[in-house]
Design a protein around this ligand. Structure first.
Ligand SMILES: [Zn+2]
Ligand SMILES: [Zn+2]
Length: 584
């Protein structure tokens, strides 16, 4: 976000608040910052309920008052005078007291008849520059983001310098809505949730399970080729394991607990929130030599994390998920090359899925909160320099952020953009020097000395849940043939052609193609339409001619023209597409 955009967005937030105060003079205003892609403003409307239906009215009011907004004029007030501007508004009073205590000046900015406490950062000519706005949605938001505070009403909007930019953005939003994985997940019968089971605990339906299984099969085959060994670990552990790892003080609230009677006294077990310490125990189960390294232990491990209910989002952010996890144990000399190989593995998957736009974010410690983190300074620095060296060597694009590190070391997030440019954080990687010390993970070096290993955490395909959610939105439900739950639908033109349709269906099934036979008593066009809505890659109609010359009439998804192919030809070409995981 550049300053110009920030100023434009924040200025539009003023305009929004001005319109709201005209329409609901009793509302209490709070804050209105610019955010990525737009702005919001939070209000306390008291007992009045504001809904999506009110947005057009507010927009009309914004447009009505805008011509009088020639500029933003700056004023300074003292504490008492500033408070008088907001009678009965405890939110503003709280801010005013805070700014006063910090020794900040209390500045107000006025445009048209409206003014508000504000640090500044506006456009010069609001009447001309703020024309192209749109209010988008309404949500609840706690004052200052804390659940202990009152829930306010947040109005979101966006603004652009030109109508064209605004229209383009709204088109993308519309497209994103159509691609919403929760909508597609329901329409295409991929997953569901049940109140009786609980929020964030997804149920994979038969079609979704096919996609999930195909991805996991691909992950396992690929890892076997790349030298990984598979392990399998329990989904329960004694609390001690996470005391050793140092997670308990930070993450205990996010872990599901199970209590059992025990031999003498009650014992508490955790449902595993991550696979790492389990793999560390496998590493430790025997003496390791430098000759054994790098050692790559992989597991599709299901983990449970009690995510805050507000952050749950279908299968993109559930509370139970299965990770494409592995830990690579290596020496310090190997660390850079091991990480370069991990980056190559990501690139292999991304290339195969046609994902071109990705980069890595290297997340470091927030300098203001260094007490939040474990470990020695030296380990932090070494991990950071190894990570940078590997990313430089791999020639991959990356940015650095002063936040988001794990509590024991810097981490790297892979970000990918979907077909419509939406960004997803899919996998997290880490060069970890800390856990080997907590768990005493060593190897015997050439000279017989005992040294700590380095462990690299990686999960290129993320969790199956998140990855399928991402792919649903990326492909808009039109999965490539190898992932499509139904690969071909066979439709007899009339009852008369049922025998031949059955034969075709059976041949395809025998060839390992996921085929469905649709002999419903409905017109052909209606049946074709249903399968198109299901985004099936191949719809095959069969009638007299096809039965006669052992062929099929093929409707390929995305191609308007129907074409005819002999059965052996069709089946061979689909088998090839599946085997090569083709995107065509
Ligand atoms: Zn302002
Ligand atoms: Zn790990």
């Amino acid at each position: 976000m550049n300053d110009e955009q920030t100023n434009l967005r924040h200025s539009a937030a003023h305009l929004l608040a001005a319109a709201v105060m005209q329409l609901w003079p009793k509302a209490l205003r709070t804050i209105g910052p610019s955010i990525e892609n737009g702005f919001y403003f939070d209000f306390d409307f008291g007992d009045t309920k504001i809904t999506q239906n009110d947005l057009p009215r507010i927009e009309a009011e914004m447009t009505r008052i805008l011509p009088a907004w020639k500029s933003f004029e700056r004023y300074e007030l003292d504490t008492d005078a500033a408070k008088k501007e907001y009678p009965g508004n405890a939110y503003k009073h709280e801010l005013i007291d805070e700014f006063t205590n910090e020794g900040q000046k209390l500045t107000f900015y006025k445009s048209g008849q409206y003014w508000d406490l504000c640090r500044g950062g506006h456009v010069d000519h609001p009447d001309r520059q703020l024309k192209h706005f749109k209010l988008l949605s309404i949500a609840g938001a706690y004052w200052r983001g804390s659940e202990k505070n009152k829930m306010l009403t947040r109005i979101y909007g966006t603004v652009f310098s030109t109508q064209k930019e605004l229209d383009d953005y709204l088109t993308i939003l519309e497209e994103a809505k159509k691609r919403d994985h929760r909508k597609l997940g329901k329409d295409l019968e991929i997953f569901t949730f049940a109140d009786e089971i609980g929020p964030g605990l997804p149920l994979w339906l038969p079609k979704g399970t096919i996609i999930k299984d195909e991805l996991e099969k691909w992950g396992k085959q690929t890892e076997a080729k790349w030298g990984y060994q598979r392990v399998s670990t329990p989904f329960l552990t004694k609390r001690e394991l996470f005391v050793t790892s140092g997670h308990v003080p930070y993450f205990e609230d996010e872990m599901y607990k199970v209590t059992v009677p025990g031999e003498n006294k009650e014992e508490t077990y955790f449902i595993k929130p991550m696979n790492c310490p389990f793999h560390h125990m496998i590493y430790k189960s025997k003496m390791r030599s430098y000759r054994d390294l790098p050692l790559k232990l992989a597991e599709y491990g299901t983990v449970a994390r009690y995510e805050d209910s507000g952050s749950l989002n279908g299968i993109l952010r559930p509370r139970l998920f299965c990770q494409n996890d592995a830990h690579v144990y290596c020496t310090e000399d190997q660390a850079v090359d091991v990480f370069v190989e991990i980056i190559r593995l990501h690139q292999y998957y991304y290339d195969a899925l046609g994902l071109k736009d990705y980069y890595i974010v290297l997340c470091l410690r927030d300098p203001a909160k260094k007490d939040k983190y474990h470990g020695e300074e030296e380990l932090w620095q070494k991990s950071e320099s190894l990570s940078r060296a590997a990313m430089d060597k791999a020639g991959v694009k990356y940015v650095v952020e002063d936040e988001g590190a794990a509590h024991y070391g810097p981490k790297m997030d892979f970000k990918i953009k979907s077909a419509i440019g939406t960004e997803y954080g899919i996998s997290t990687n880490q060069i970890d020097l800390f856990m080997p010390r907590r768990f005493d993970l060593k190897y015997t070096d050439r000279d017989g000395s005992q040294k700590y290993v380095i462990v690299q955490h990686r999960a290129p395909l993320g969790s199956s849940e998140r990855f399928v959610g991402f792919l649903l939105e990326h492909f808009a439900g039109a999965f490539p043939v190898w992932l499509a739950p139904v690969q071909s639908a066979v439709l007899p033109i009339t009852d008369k052609h049922l025998d031949y349709a059955q034969k075709v269906h059976q041949v395809l099934k025998d060839a390992g193609i996921r085929s469905e036979l649709d002999a419903r008593n409905e017109p052909l066009s209606a049946r074709v339409r249903d399968w198109e809505l299901q985004k099936v890659p191949y719809i095959l109609a069969v009638g007299d001619r096809e039965a006669q010359d052992n062929s099929v009439s093929v409707r390929k998804r995305g191609i308007a023209k129907t074409f005819s192919q002999s059965m052996p030809q069709f089946s061979a070409s689909v088998i090839k597409e599946i085997a090569t995981r083709s995107l065509a």
